[in-house]
Design a protein around this ligand. Structure first.
Ligand code: HEM
Ligand code: ISQ
Length: 154
């Protein structure tokens, strides 16, 4: 499935209007994921061993933004190269990390749903089916790339 220039533009345009609130949105994304899948909290080392409330965890915001930023980058790469082009080593590390912490396919589904809902609520006036599909496709391709590297380390 080809990723079009229009789709890239939809992702980049909406991200540009969201990124000033990136920390806030990232936090919302996390909370939404844990609302749907409370047990996913246990996957994150910095949440498992922490006494401070989730919203005050200093590691959360920078961490939470990565999914937004990387999905946006994925959209740009998909249009330019037709595939997700993280550096080979980075992709391998990402796969290894997610494998190590026990991330499952269902977690990727929940996170996709939460990501799309978070964007919709952040920019209701910009939201459209086309935008949903563009972010969804960029996320799917990125997730697929990570999953292919989710194997026991060799
Ligand atoms: C760590 C990105 C999906 C759970 C990370 C890191 C990045 C990242 C950049 C940091 C890697 C490192 O520290 O070496 C992404 C992207 C995703 C995705 C782009 C989807 C396209 C998921 C999903 C889950 C998940 C679906 C489960 C709900 C984790 C966990 C860690 C992690 C548990 C390790 C946190 C720790 O250090 O304790 N992810 N992730 N990720 N991610 Fe994801
Ligand atoms: C998965 N990996 C890294 C960061 C995340 C933030 C929110 C939801 C899922 C995530």
């Amino acid at each position: 499935k080809a990723f079009t220039e229009e789709q890239e533009a939809l992702v980049v345009k909406s991200w540009n209007s969201m990124k000033k609130n990136a920390g806030e949105l990232g936090l919302k994304l996390f909370l939404r994921v844990f609302e749907i899948a409370p047990t996913a909290k246990k996957l994150f080392s910095f949440l498992k061993d922490s006494d401070v409330p989730l919203e005050q965890n200093p590691k959360l915001k920078p961490h939470a933004m990565t999914v937004f930023v990387m999905t946006c980058e994925s959209a740009v790469q998909l249009r330019k190269a037709g595939k997700v082009t993280l550096r080979e080593s980075n992709l391998r590390d990402l796969g290894a990390t997610h494998f190590k912490y026990g991330v499952a396919d269902e977690h990727f589904e929940v996170t996709k749903y939460a990501l799309l809902e978070t964007i919709k609520e952040a920019i209701p006036e910009m939201w459209s089916l086309e935008m949903k599909n563009a972010w969804g496709e960029a996320y799917d391709q990125l997730a697929a790339a990570i999953k292919t590297e989710m194997n026991p380390p060799s």
